[in-house]
Design a protein around this ligand. Structure first.
Ligand SMILES: [Cu+2]
Length: 219
């Protein structure tokens, strides 16, 4: 098995949070747009963006996301590259290739192994601990994917424009956390937010690694 950790590179990503946060009353909810960029100014897709309100976010068991809890193997790749799931989720791992895959992870948040299984077969794994789970395939070294197990309902993934919108945030203070596979730091980078003001622009400097790793992957 190979080491899936990227090779460090002297690259610094800048995270810019630009959102119009308006709290007209206790019941007001805000949408937050987070834009993540690399130090070259290019938008960074597949960043995990989370907000933990200071007042709490309710029971973890109640968290539901709008996207499927599925990590597909297709064209000798994981799809999606990064999947965000709530703690306690059972994730499907369908194989849509004609070849067999052998999916595994050594990550502390979830060590597991799905021994060789073929086309149209599906296995499931339950992720009961928050954190990053790096995925690999024993057969295909080029296959790299990530499951981010999150413990807040306020989560999203940046698109090709480097943007994620977190909807329906309650008023008050909170913590913004951002994680990307190419960061130098393994854990998400946290940034305190004081949401008392109407608009809160925030800039974070991150220390990513292997910024071009995904771009150099072959399908
Ligand atoms: Cu494989």
């Amino acid at each position: 098995m190979r080491n899936v950790l990227p090779i460090p590179a002297a690259i610094v990503a800048t995270l810019t949070l630009a959102g119009a946060l308006c709290f007209a009353g206790d019941a007001a909810a805000a949408d937050l747009t987070v834009t993540v960029r690399g130090d070259d100014g290019a938008p960074l897709a597949d960043a995990v963006v989370m907000v933990h309100p200071a007042g709490g976010a309710g029971p973890v068991s109640a968290i539901r996301y709008s996207w499927p809890m599925t990590m597909t193997q297709q064209n000798i790749a994981f799809n999606p590259y990064v999947l965000i799931v709530p703690v306690g989720s059972t994730v499907g791992f369908p194989n849509k290739d004609k070849v067999r895959h052998h999916v595994y992870s050594f990550s502390a948040a979830k060590k597991f192994e799905l021994k060789l299984y073929g086309q149209q077969e599906e296995r499931t794994i339950t992720f009961d601990k928050a954190g990053v789970v790096a995925l690999g395939c024993n057969i295909h070294d080029s296959m790299i994917g990530y499951i981010y197990v999150a413990d807040t309902p306020y989560a999203g993934k940046t698109n090709d424009a480097g943007q994620a919108v977190i909807r329906g945030l309650p008023g008050g203070a909170g913590t913004l956390s951002v994680w990307h596979p190419d960061m130098r730091a393994k854990a998400a980078v946290d940034k305190s937010l004081n949401l008392a003001a109407g608009a809160v622009p925030v800039t974070l400097d991150l220390k990513p690694v292997g910024l071009r790793r995904k771009k150099t992957m072959t399908m």
